[in-house]
Design a protein around this ligand. Structure first.
Ligand code: AGP
Length: 594
């Protein structure tokens, strides 16, 4: 939602904070700001716009400071609503990520007591509350404030006379970077990688005091505790563009490696979950956005490989459904592990008596503490707002899970399982072949940039891939697009088909292929330009205006390959339209509001 960074140490604080914020820009990018301790008081620079709009030269060199990159929730993007905020006397400064649910009541009370608010945000109440509580001991005041606020927060505070940072977290991520004679804090690891790989993840309810030489942490009961120091195995380059024009393109090209890493060690024995503890007779997948599309693909994979019936729920809806007697094993997908809708759904599933498993890409992310089991996709950091390699690896995890469950249930023979595993091993090379054809795929997008509406159609396991292709195009190219089961267009959307409405049709040679041929014929007869992505076929070629044929693969594995083609189509269409590909308007990488 928002990204925060704090630093105390001998380096140039402006450089450390701006550098860190740039690595967190995927979390929000409608305004940015920095506050630095100086001998004269607190220096603040903040404005609507990107981090690059801040003037680094103007930031005084000093030894402590905090910074923020924002994705607006309360109060539209503007200079005054940008963080950091100061108290009335301009002696304390804070940055906040999250939402303070009870801010209205607190604000009214503070206004009555004479506090002057300078923004429309919920966050500003925090700094005035600290001012109100402060009687010479900032830590004590801060801890009192944390007890009074409700909602989600990651907060960093400092005071003009000290180079210590105070932090607190509840349902918004915060990680402390451990240095030598210096320490850091940030919303996410990429902001720290330049300086340290040693980190401590804070838990919900934790508060901490960070000085140059030590980190003290207290848990929700105010007991002093230690949180384990972990070593991050990501390199700085993993979180850099490495010569690619956009993170999204880099992340698309990292997919062969990401698939390889995700299957590594899991093909011989898949020990991430203690399967014997749970009942897998029925499964439900819960997630948002792209991650929910992984769930829809999962339904077909589970039915085919493990004969397990499954349903898919969008997280934001699941909580409001009526509980039934059944308690399906619940698999929640969230690449960030911070999506509040999905975290809330995990809690609800647990409340209803379901066992839960989270599939996430981010170590120690919030969702990992809400579930019985966790599987990490090994995709490496994903910075582009559009999910690419994390979606692919979520699907890889689904194959691995379904093979394991199929074997355990006795519905999948060992030989068949080995066959499937062999196909998984071949996927990275096949994805590489598609990536080698990037120029050919780029050419195909020439006709798409003029379109106002684009349809994506698929059948069976490739229907969710059509949904994902449409989401990606909407998200980064800003072209209205919709994914449909191919058989559904004739039930309404046909009315929209004209020679100006391209249809991207996914056609693989599974049991629905003949029907798909018929559907594509009907579309072509309405004069819509047809772009086919799928298995090579003479009949398809005749119907297509443009086509791209994927490397030969069993239909059950085709979503991985088809989706890479659709990612490239979305990327190059957005590129031709000169869109802000890594930071599409109005979006953020992790959505920590409901
Ligand atoms: C994907 O391109 C989107 N940015 C978005 O739909 C995303 O998948 C969704 O917000 C869920 O995020 P999560 O996987 O981190 O929970």
């Amino acid at each position: 939602m928002c990204g925060i960074v704090g630093y105390t140490g001998p380096r140039d604080v402006g450089e450390v904070i701006l550098n860190g914020l740039k690595r967190l820009e995927y979390r929000g990018y409608d305004s940015a700001g920095i506050a630095v301790k100086t001998d004269e008081g607190i220096y603040v620079q903040k404005r609507k716009g990107r981090i690059d709009d801040l003037s680094e030269e103007e930031i005084p060199e000093h030894d402590a400071g905090i910074g923020h990159t924002r994705w607006a929730t309360h109060g539209k993007p503007s200079d005054k609503n940008a963080h950091p905020f100061l108290d009335c006397d301009e002696e304390i400064s804070i940055v906040h990520n999250g939402i303070i649910d009870n801010f209205n009541t607190i604000k009214d009370r503070l206004i009555e007591r004479g506090h002057e608010f300078r923004s429309e945000t919920d966050s500003e109440v925090i700094v005035h509350l600290i001012e109100e509580e402060y009687e010479g001991d900032l830590l004590k005041a801060f801890k009192n404030v944390v007890k009074k606020i409700e909602g989600s927060y990651a907060i960093v505070v400092f005071q003009k006379d000290s180079n210590e940072l105070l932090v607190a977290r509840n349902q918004s991520p915060l990680v402390i970077g451990i240095g030598s004679g210096e320490n850091f804090v940030a919303s996410d690891v990429p902001a720290l990688l330049y300086y340290t790989k040693e980190v401590k993840y804070l838990r919900d309810g934790d508060t901490a005091l960070i000085s140059r030489d030590e980190v003290k942490i207290w848990d929700e009961n105010d007991e002093a505790i230690t949180r384990e120091t972990k070593t991050i195995d990501w390199d700085v380059e993993d979180a850099e563009k490495s010569g690619y024009e956009h993170y999204m393109l880099k992340e698309i090209f990292e997919q062969p490696k990401a698939i390889h890493e995700s299957i590594l060690g899991r093909l011989t024995s898949f020990e991430d979950v203690d399967f014997s503890k749970y009942d897998f007779d029925e499964v439900q997948f819960i997630a948002c956005g792209t991650s929910s599309h992984a769930g829809y693909v999962g339904r077909y994979i589970f039915e085919k490989l493990a004969e397990i019936p499954s349903t898919v729920e969008v997280s934001s809806e699941y909580r409001y459904t009526s509980p039934s007697d059944s308690t399906p094993f619940t698999i929640l997908f969230s690449q960030s592990g911070e999506t509040l809708d999905t975290i809330a759904a995990a809690r609800e599933a647990k409340r209803r008596g379901c066992n839960t498993l989270a599939v996430t890409n981010v170590m120690e992310s919030s969702i990992t503490r809400e579930v019985d089991e966790v599987i990490y996709t090994q995709a490496g950091p994903e910075i582009g707002v559009a999910a690419t390699k994390t979606f692919t690896t979520q699907i890889i995890i689904l194959y691995l899970l379904a093979i394991e469950l199929g074997l355990r249930k006795g519905v999948l023979s060992k030989d068949k399982a080995e066959e499937y595993k062999d196909e998984l091993r071949k996927l990275p090379r096949k994805v590489e072949r598609i990536l080698d054809d990037k120029n050919e795929i780029k050419e195909m997008t020439e006709s798409l940039v003029k379109a106002e509406d684009i349809f994506f159609v698929g059948r069976n396991i490739n229907y969710p891939v059509a949904l994902e292709g449409a989401l990606k195009l909407k998200e980064i190219a800003y072209i209205h697009s919709a994914g449909y089961p191919a058989g559904e267009l004739k039930h309404g959307p046909f009315a929209l088909l004209t020679s100006e409405t391209p249809v991207i049709a996914i056609a693989v040679k599974d049991h629905t292929f003949e029907k798909m041929l018929g559907n594509i014929g009907e579309i072509a007869a309405r004069d819509s330009p047809v772009i086919i992505v799928g298995d090579e076929d003479k009949e398809l070629k005749k119907l297509a205006d443009l086509s791209y044929f994927i490397p030969n693969t069993p239909p059950i594995f085709s979503p991985v390959l088809v989706n890479v083609v659709l990612q490239l189509i979305a990327y190059y269409t957005a590129y031709r339209l000169d869109r802000d590909i890594d930071k599409p308007r109005n979006l953020a990488k992790s959505v920590t509001v409901e």
